[in-house]
Design a protein around this ligand. Structure first.
Ligand SMILES: *Cc1c(COP(=O)(O)O)cnc(C)c1O
Length: 413
């Protein structure tokens, strides 16, 4: 009994940090520095040799610190801590979720390639895939949870697919994609000389409730702005996965220069200490809010993963892939945009704002806000109607949240 596997939440206060290197400070200081001083010219030479891959690491050698675009202690410690949740080999942190996503897409796609992606994806991602990548000769082809393996494979016949990109649960309706099926799609499209990678945006479930790397994903990424940051006070992103792929992601980050800065890194480390308790409380509150909504006469339909019918295909995916129903609850209000807006304008405790995963509860109208850029046709297919409202549940007392929803629904006539 002299060693033990500690759970990630037990290690978020200490993992990867050596107080003796920072005057004994119990907390990792902010390393607000652009460059690092070498002890000798020989040391500088050795650090560069490693950084540029000119030689392999000797046993026990730690990569030296050179310049903060390449590396910085706060980034390194933060990345090591993030690895624990997903049991990933490596992690890189970015200055936003979008920079994490765009860096991965740019690294693994070339002109002439096709990207297969789940629909709907986050608005910014959709824009990057459909408005930016085509300018580089890269084409996006979408699929939905209703599509079978053969449907998807047939749809991309004759194209060169390099990447399968999936966001599950889908925002804002919580529709689930089967990652095992996505893995099989990637394998069917892979050849010996050209592997197809599966990349999953796991922002909606945070690092706690779904672990895509265990379900066949090659890379998992996050908008760390959401659950990981969790306080609506920063923008950041992260990518995790196997060493060989992460080396490519890290290298492109070095040359795009889109790593997170010291202050953001420090805030993220502080946030990680409470990740588990925050998310657990948020999920508990969400279950109570969803139950209340489901029983309310002014609510037509609730989109909540804890309410999936037990004999449904979606429920089977839920059981296989997720450990929790999460803290995102959407619902159709009786009526349309007018009723939805009346509800939103009368909330007193919820904030009317986009984003999600934070300590405070948020409410928004996807059709005219987060998903207003999605084509009418796609919106109809994906059930993003004028009566849909999306809630992100925070850590407040659940009875206060329910009171707020109830009084705002009463204002809707
Ligand atoms: C917010 C979000 C992003 C973009 O992240 P930023 O940190 O805003 O750049 C990407 N994917 C999902 C699912 C998101 O919710």
């Amino acid at each position: 009994m002299n060693s033990r596997y500690f759970q990630p939440e037990s290690l978020m206060m200490s993992h990867g940090y050596k107080p003796e290197l920072s005057e004994g400070a119990i907390k990792c200081p902010i390393f607000q520095t652009s460059t690092f001083v070498f002890k000798t010219a020989k040391e500088g030479k050795e650090f560069f040799e490693l950084a540029y891959g000119k030689r392999e690491k000797s046993p026990g050698e730690e990569p030296g610190l050179i310049y903060s675009r390449l590396n910085n202690p706060y980034l390194q410690i933060l990345e090591e801590r993030l690895c624990l949740w997903d049991q990933a080999e490596e992690c890189t942190v970015f200055e936003s979720g979008m920079s994490a996503i765009s860096t991965v897409l740019l690294e693994f796609l070339r002109p002439g390639d096709t990207l297969l992606y789940s629909k709907p994806v986050y608005g910014g991602t959709d824009h990057f895939i459909n408005k930016v990548l085509p300018q580089y000769g890269i084409k996006g082809i979408g699929f939905t949870p209703e599509d079978s393996l053969d449907d998807i494979v047939n749809r991309v016949a004759g194209t060169l697919v390099k990447l399968v990109y999936v966001e599950t649960p889908a925002n804002p309706t919580n529709a689930l994609f089967d990652l095992e099926l996505c893995r099989n799609v990637a394998d069917r499209l892979s050849t010996d000389s050209c592997p197809v990678y599966l990349v999953v945006d796991n922002t909606y479930m945070g690092p706690l409730w779904q672990h895509p790397l265990k379900h066949g994903a090659d890379l998992v990424m996050y908008s760390a702005t959401k659950y990981i940051g969790g306080h609506s006070d920063l923008i950041a992103g992260a990518v995790l996965g196997k060493k060989e792929l992460m080396k490519r992601v890290r290298t492109l980050r070095t040359f795009l220069g889109n790593m997170a800065g010291p202050w953001t890194g420090w805030l993220l480390m502080r946030s990680l200490e409470t990740l588990k308790v925050r998310m657990t409380q948020q999920a508990e509150n969400a279950a109570k809010v969803a139950d209340f909504l489901a029983a309310h006469p002014k609510v037509q339909k609730v989109y909540y993963l804890g309410h999936l019918p037990e004999n449904s295909a979606q429920y089977r995916i839920f059981k296989k892939q997720l450990t929790c129903a999460g803290a995102m609850v959407s619902f159709d209000i009786q009526g349309g945009e007018k009723e939805a807006f009346t509800f939103l304008d009368n909330l007193k405790l919820f904030h009317l704002a986009v984003s999600l995963g934070s300590t405070e509860s948020l409410a928004e109208h996807p059709a005219t806000m987060t998903h207003s850029d999605v084509s009418d046709e796609d919106r109809a297919q994906l059930r993003i109607s004028d009566k849909l409202i999306r809630l992100s549940i925070g850590v407040e007392h659940h009875e206060d949240l329910i009171w707020d929803i109830q009084q705002a629904l009463e204002k809707v006539v």
